[in-house]
Design a protein around this ligand. Structure first.
Ligand SMILES: CC(=O)N[C@H]1[C@@H](OP(=O)(O)O)O[C@H](CO)[C@@H](O)[C@@H]1O
Ligand SMILES: [Mg+2]
Length: 534
């Protein structure tokens, strides 16, 4: 049974064809529903093993497909016979007021990552799309997931939308941000060297293409995705580094002291790390929460310059931060101590992104490194006209701060989290602040945390509430978790069914690693006992 889950359908690549074909049908119908606007379809299984594959649909605004269409997508993917499938399509088209074979023609942009099953599945998706009369499928090639999201968004806004345009936009806005680095902070003494773990996926290949155009950065790509360098996501990549907190393959004692970044297989996640000592494989990790915190400090600084600390100046701004229950408790405390509005959503970018859109500037990140900074359209108009007004006083602190925000809004992907453009914003902010990796790391100390996966008979029997921080079913489980948590200093623990794997995830946090592990283990045992281990 396929379920659209946290980020589309995923399974062993060799079993994905039916779901991919049907996702093609959904994508074409979605485009028709939106008056023929371009929608996207990406073939990827992100950080999952190379044998897996998946498919997800990008909505016309460049974000995730409307959640309202997920039940139909599930039903279609699981339709048992061709006739049942046809009936579902006809009924759904009728319910949604979609005219088949009439007025508009559907337009679907496709892309895939580097997985071996990708090319075949892309053809299958095209077949699905072409079942809807008059639809057009445009293969954009092998891309990072965020590149395709960016293209769909730009195309529907009548903006330049090719891959070359994407590269030009991020390289130029990055250069512009660096030019706006305050002079009074002296000449650049930040280490220009950056080593990037490309997870043997598409992100490394794209970075190789663009790196020579990136000012003031000396980038070395490892696990680059080139033939023979290694296996996609195997002991490398952002998910591996963030979860295991050890060096990815290809990194070692010679890298001590160098700033390192890691992408996941489709380059929509980003984490940073440092090799701690020549004799150890452990890393100092900067995860999504700390990337978020760095961005927040940078944006706050610019807003304070423009508005004064009471936010009553030239550009009153609703500034918000969105996290999930997986955010380290120390990061949330840090952000709240800055006086920021921090809100929580369920796991999955589709929830975080939607919430972040409610602000003038909304920053969201999952701890695993997926996130971005969203600048609301109306706010960008106000910001641009302010920048134009202030240009008579070009070079004034306020003009510079406003220009930095404009450049940041052009650099960081407005459609979805993007490892490449996110990394460039990190690099620009570190330059701006003249911060070493260590300064960044020392912002706050993460509480030790542990994640476990529990295989159970039916993970969907767990129902959660309060942004997944509390279990409401099966009854009694939350009380057992609460009883465990009170035994631990700084203890926090929650469980939820994964939306991408057939497991229940257990997350625990406490003041020591041993305590976090013990809390996670005790709660995992309760889950196994109540739900039935399998
Ligand atoms: C704990 C964790 O990292 N969960 C990930 C994972 O979702 P699950 O629903 O937990 O399987 O994959 C999602 C898609 O990549 C990502 O958005 C999410 O953060
Ligand atoms: Mg990914």
């Amino acid at each position: 049974t396929f379920s659209y889950g946290t980020a589309g359908f995923r399974a062993d690549g060799s079993t994905m064809a039916p779901a991919v074909c049907r996702a093609g049908i959904v994508a074409a119908l979605r485009s028709l529903k939106l008056g023929g606007a371009a929608v996207g379809l990406v073939i990827t299984a992100s950080h999952n093993p190379v044998a897996d594959n998946g498919v997800k649909i990008v909505d016309a605004d460049g974000g995730m497909m409307s959640q309202a269409w997920e039940p139909f997508s599930d039903a279609l993917a699981n339709a048992p016979t061709p006739d049942a499938l046809l009936q579902l399509v006809l009924q759904f088209a009728k319910d949604e007021g979609i005219t088949l074979g009439g007025g508009h023609s559907a337009q679907v942009l496709l892309a895939r990552d580097t997985r071996p099953t990708g090319e075949y599945l892309l053809h299958v998706a095209v077949k699905g799309i072409s079942t809807i009369v008059g639809s057009v499928a445009l293969d954009m090639g092998i891309l990072t997931t965020p590149q395709l999201h960016w293209m769909v968004r730009n195309k529907n806004r009548g903006l330049k939308a090719s891959e070359a345009d994407y590269f030009t936009q991020i390289a130029e806005s990055f250069r512009h941000l660096l030019e706006l680095t305050p002079d009074d902070k002296g000449i650049d003494d930040l280490n220009e060297k950056l080593i990037v773990d490309g997870a043997n996926g598409i992100g490394g290949l794209k970075l190789e293409q663009i790196k020579s155009n990136l000012a003031r950065l000396d980038i070395l790509v490892r696990n680059s995705g080139k033939e023979g360098e290694g296996i996609l996501n195997e002991r490398c990549g952002a998910d591996f580094v963030q979860k295991e907190k050890v060096l990815p393959l290809g990194f070692g004692p010679n890298d001590v002291g160098v700033r390192c970044a890691s992408f996941d297989g489709d380059a929509d996640r980003l984490v940073y790390f440092h090799v701690t000592s020549p004799s150890k494989t452990s890393v100092d990790l900067v995860d999504g929460d700390k990337i978020l915190s760095l961005f927040v400090l940078f944006i706050r600084e610019q807003l304070d310059i423009i508005n004064g600390e009471d936010n009553k100046g030239l550009l009153p701004t609703r500034f918000g931060v969105v996290q999930t229950a997986y955010a380290n408790g120390a990061s949330t405390e840090f952000l709240k101590n800055l006086g920021l509005e921090v809100v929580f959503t369920s796991t999955g970018v589709k929830y975080l992104h939607k919430k972040a859109l409610e602000y003038d500037i909304g920053v969201y990140f999952e701890a695993n490194g997926h996130g971005t900074v969203l600048f609301n359209d109306e706010f960008v108009s106000r910001l641009e006209s302010l920048t134009a007004r202030l240009s008579e006083a070009a070079g004034s602190p306020q003009h510079q701060a406003a220009s930095r925000l404009v450049a940041a809004s052009q650099l960081i992907n407005q459609a979805v989290g993007d490892a490449i453009s996110g990394m460039l914003l990190v690099e620009a902010v570190l330059q701006h602040k003249r911060w070493s990796f260590q300064n960044w790391c020392d912002l706050y100390t993460d509480l030790p945390s542990k994640q476990l996966k529990v295989k159970v008979k039916d993970r969907t029997s767990i129902v959660t509430t309060d942004a997944e921080r509390k279990v409401c079913q099966p009854s009694g489980l939350q009380e057992l978790i609460d009883k465990e948590v009170v035994n631990y200093s700084h203890g926090r623990c929650f469980v939820r069914p994964s939306g991408t794997e057939d497991v229940v995830r257990v997350y625990a946090e406490a003041s020591t690693m041993e305590a976090a592990e013990s809390l996670a283990k005790s709660v995992a045992q309760h889950v196994e006992r109540i739900l039935g281990f399998c």
